[in-house]
Every structure is written in structure tokens, then in C-alpha cells.
Design a protein around this ligand. Structure first.
Ligand SMILES: [Ca+2]
Length: 481
């Protein structure tokens, strides 16, 4: 006769089962790179030296048309990490915390934590000063090495260093020193150490978030990365002019660059300075690529690769002189489109690209579904897991982004919609969307650089009506069938 199971035995069995299940869950390595354009070798831009990310891309799926929900750090990151859009998070700036409007929302890492994962962050994952401690199992770690040259009055040789009005150092600087004399090199050291520690605690799956800060301004990197690029040969942006027919507030020229020293007065920037900026940006991309490579290599070295989903994304695009402008902060393709790639153990379509329209708000449901976690009802994106098996599958009919503008006493929000062929942007009163201030329409088939607003062309009026109806239906009307 069988012995009846005691409550203690049942408890032990359930506990063991929970651990067994947890051990089989995939780990997540979540890599975010600040201000990274989707211009890398793997995006078909061979001038950029990004061998490590390219190698990763060859093992995963690359999204050629991924869009952030607002092209600036905190709103974009907050949207991705909460799985909701800026109008839900109410984070449209760099100072508001999403817990103000959404005190109880479950963030992506928090969902993993609540489901038995060990969640850990290092570097810039949430925006500076806007961390969310409940998302993580342990406090977020930050490198001590500087991100920029910072305020100082002398260079190492004792010469006077010009400072900008904000007290910041040079906008471009070739640094003498090893990779880890700067923020991202030290961050890679920390991530390597973290992976070694995580390897030693297999009883719990992990979600490790690593936030690199380059190629964010200022463009400082060790000298060897500058040597990869000949500034004299770097071509200027192909469209160094304001979009024809766009409202005057649509594109801002890039005063973010002016926060650093060594920037000529006035616009446009002289050609030599523009090339120097581009060289600096490229050098920082290669520098951060090397650091990403070190982390990915350590994942393999520790034997964790076979059970770890790796996702890499940049928080938004960046203009390098396109539209006669620099930095982000707009609704244009250069700013809203950003890098996104994923590796999932066992994936069958490794090394492919997809042209499906996806949004950063889709990352949350995708990772949750891949890990078999329950999806909160609050989510406003769609899992793109089906694209892993069929990258050419018919998908979303549009991607949506937005950007606020104060124009005189007008408080505007530009809501932009990217379809397979068009971009429609409607600048409306933030409170009353029926009050339309300006509209932009670009045809990517004939004008992939978005150089000419064709919304006023008489022959386009039926098209504008159709797209406006689609815009009004919003993201809920654009979901995959
Ligand atoms: Ca950013």
C-alpha cells in the first residue's frame, strides 16, 4: 500500500518542480546602445566597422524597419520597458518618471523578476536618474569611468581646454588609454564579471540588462577607433537641406551638439567640422561594438549561449547632417528608425533580415512570450515571435511614433505613422487632436530620404484622406491579422 504524501513532501515536490521549470527557462541578455543609428555593417553600410554586432546579426534576426515610439532617450526606453506608448506612460521628456502616471505598471524586467528570474541592470537602461528599483533583484550598477571628458580646464599636457557654456568638454576627443578608461569599457568588464557570477548560480534564470552609452555625445573613444576612419574621406549627408514644404518646427537643427565645446557658431556646420563629427560618431560606434563583442564572447565562454535569448537595440536613430540637422528629437525616418536584432536559441532562420514594420513597444510581449510568461493586459505592442519562424510574414500595416513641440503658445504633439510606403505626420494640439497645425506626407518609394512634403499636391488628396483614416485608427488598427 502506498504511503500517503505528507504536506511537507508535497511542498518539497512542488518546490523542486518550480526550480526545475525555472532552470529550463531561457536567460535574457538585454543590450541597449544609446543613440545608435541603424547604420552598421549588418545594415548594409560597410564603411562602419562593427564586426561584433555583425557577427551577432549573422546568428539572429535583424529588423530592417524597427521604430521607436519617441526619438529621445527616456520616452523611448520607458515605452519599451513598460510595453506601453508615450501617451500611456506620460513620459514625453527627460525628467518625468513613469511611476507618476502608472504607479502599478509591471515593467518588462519586473515581470521576469515576478516570475522567478534574477534581474540585474548595469549602465544606462532606464534614463539617468530615472531608474526603477522594483524592476531589479539587486541595485543597478554604474561604471565609475567617465562618459565624457566632463568639466575641466586643462588637458593632460597642461594646455587650457575650452569649455562650452554648459561647462562640458570637447564634442570630439581621441582618448589616450585602454577601452576601460571610459564608461563603456568598464561596463563591459562589469558585464563579463556578472556573467561569470550568473554562471555560478544556475538555480535561477537571469535577465541581465546592459546599457552602453556610446555613441551618445560627446564623441570620445580610444584613439585606435578613430584610426579606423579617414575623416577626409567621410562623405557629407546626401541631403543637407531642410525638408521642402515641412513646417519650420518639424526638424530641429541639433543644439545638443552645442552643449559641448569646440563647436563652430552658426549653422550649417562647416564641412570639415561635419566630417570630424561623423568620424567621432563612427569611432564611438566601433568602440561600443568592441565592448558588445566582449560581452557576447563571455556569454559563449561561460556556456550560457545555448539557453540565452539575446536582444540588442538602439534607443532611437540619429541625424549626421541629414536635413541640415544633428542629433535626434524629431519624427523623421532618420530618428524614429533604430537598430533591433534578436537571437533565440534554436531559431531556424538565423542570419536573415525582416522588412516587417515592428515597434519597440513589441519587444516586451515578444520576450515575455518567448519565456512563456503571462502577458499583462496593459501591453500596447504585439509579440513578433511569429516573424522568427517566417521573417517575410505579412505583419503590422503601420508603425507609430510621436514628438512634442512647444511652438510659441502652442502645445503641439506630432503623431507620425510609417506605413510600408508612406510617412504621414500630423501636428495637432496636444489636448485637442482635432486642432491640426500642420501635416506632412513623404513617399518612401520616390523619396526615401523624406526630402519633400507632398501633402499639398492636389493629386494626392484621396491618398491623404485614406492615410488620415488609417492614422486615426492608430496602432490598434495596424495590428497583424
Ligand atoms: Ca538615446
Amino acid at each position: 500500500m502506498k504511503q500517503p504524501l505528507t504536506i511537507v513532501t508535497i511542498g518539497l515536490l512542488l518546490c523542486a518542480q518550480a526550480f526545475a521549470t525555472a532552470a529550463q527557462k531561457p536567460n535574457i541578455l538585454f543590450i541597449v546602445v544609446d543613440d545608435l543609428r541603424p547604420e552598421l555593417g549588418c545594415y548594409g553600410v560597410p564603411v562602419i566597422q562593427s564586426p561584433n554586432i555583425d557577427r551577432f546579426a549573422q546568428r539572429g534576426l535583424v529588423f530592417d524597419r524597427a521604430y521607436c515610439q519617441q526619438a529621445v532617450c527616456s520616452p523611448s526606453r520607458t515605452s519599451l520597458l513598460t510595453g506601453t506608448r508615450p501617451d500611456t506612460t506620460k513620459v514625453w521628456d527627460l525628467t518625468t518618471h513613469f511611476r507618476k502616471a502608472q504607479p502599478d505598471i509591471i515593467t518588462l524586467p519586473q515581470l521576469f523578476k515576478n516570475n522567478g528570474y534574477f534581474t540585474e541592470a548595469m549602465g544606462k537602461v532606464y534614463h539617468h536618474g530615472l531608474d526603477d528599483p522594483v524592476s531589479w533583484s539587486v541595485p543597478t550598477l554604474f561604471p565609475k569611468a567617465p562618459h565624457g571628458a566632463g568639466p575641466r580646464t586643462e588637458d593632460p599636457d597642461g594646455a587650457k581646454v575650452e569649455l562650452s557654456k554648459t561647462g562640458r568638454g570637447p564634442v570630439v576627443e581621441e582618448v589616450d588609454g585602454p577601452d576601460n578608461c571610459l564608461h563603456d569599457g568598464e561596463l563591459a568588464d562589469m558585464a563579463v564579471k556578472a556573467l561569470q557570477e550568473l554562471k555560478g548560480r544556475p538555480q535561477q534564470p537571469f535577465f541581465l540588462a546592459v546599457g552602453f552609452i556610446k555613441p551618445h555625445l560627446p564623441f570620445n573613444a580610444p584613439k585606435k577607433y578613430f584610426a579606423l576612419y579617414d575623416a577626409a574621406k567621410i562623405p557629407p549627408a546626401p541631403n543637407p537641406f531642410y525638408p521642402i514644404g515641412a513646417p519650420k518646427y518639424a526638424v530641429v537643427r541639433g543644439d545638443e551638439v552645442r552643449a559641448y565645446s569646440g563647436v563652430p557658431t552658426g549653422y550649417p556646420f562647416p564641412a570639415d567640422f561635419a566630417r570630424k563629427l561623423k568620424q567621432g560618431y563612427y569611432a564611438c560606434v566601433s568602440y561600443v561594438d568592441a565592448q558588445v563583442g566582449r560581452v557576447l564572447d563571455e556569454l559563449e565562454r561561460q556556456g550560457l549561449g545555448a539557453n540565452t535569448i539575446v536582444i540588442l537595440w538602439g534607443d532611437h536613430g540619429w541625424k549626421l547632417g541629414e536635413h541640415q540637422a544633428w542629433a535626434k528629437h524629431t519624427n523623421v525616418e532618420n530618428d524614429t528608425r533604430a537598430p533591433l536584432m534578436i537571437y533565440v536559441p534554436g531559431m531556424t532562420k538565423a542570419g536573415q533580415h525582416t522588412r516587417a514594420l515592428v515597434e519597440f513597444v513589441d519587444v516586451y510581449p515578444t520576450l515575455a512570450e518567448l519565456a512563456g510568461l503571462p502577458l499583462p493586459k496593459t501591453l500596447e505592442g504585439t509579440s513578433f515571435k511569429p516573424l522568427l519562424d517566417d521573417p517575410q510574414k505579412a505583419w503590422k500595416t503601420a508603425a507609430f511614433s510621436q514628438y512634442p513641440r512647444k511652438v510659441g503658445n502652442k502645445n503641439l504633439m506630432g503623431y507620425t505613422m510609417r506605413t510600408d510606403r508612406y510617412r504621414l505626420t500630423r501636428w495637432v494640439d496636444h489636448e485637442d487632436h482635432a486642432k491640426v497645425d500642420a501635416v506632412e506626407l513623404y513617399d518612401h518609394q520616390t523619396d526615401p530620404q523624406e526630402n519633400t512634403n507632398i501633402v499639398q499636391v492636389a493629386a494626392n488628396q484621396a491618398l491623404v484622406e485614406k492615410l488620415t483614416a488609417q492614422w486615426s485608427a492608430g496602432w490598434r488598427g495596424a495590428m497583424p491579422k
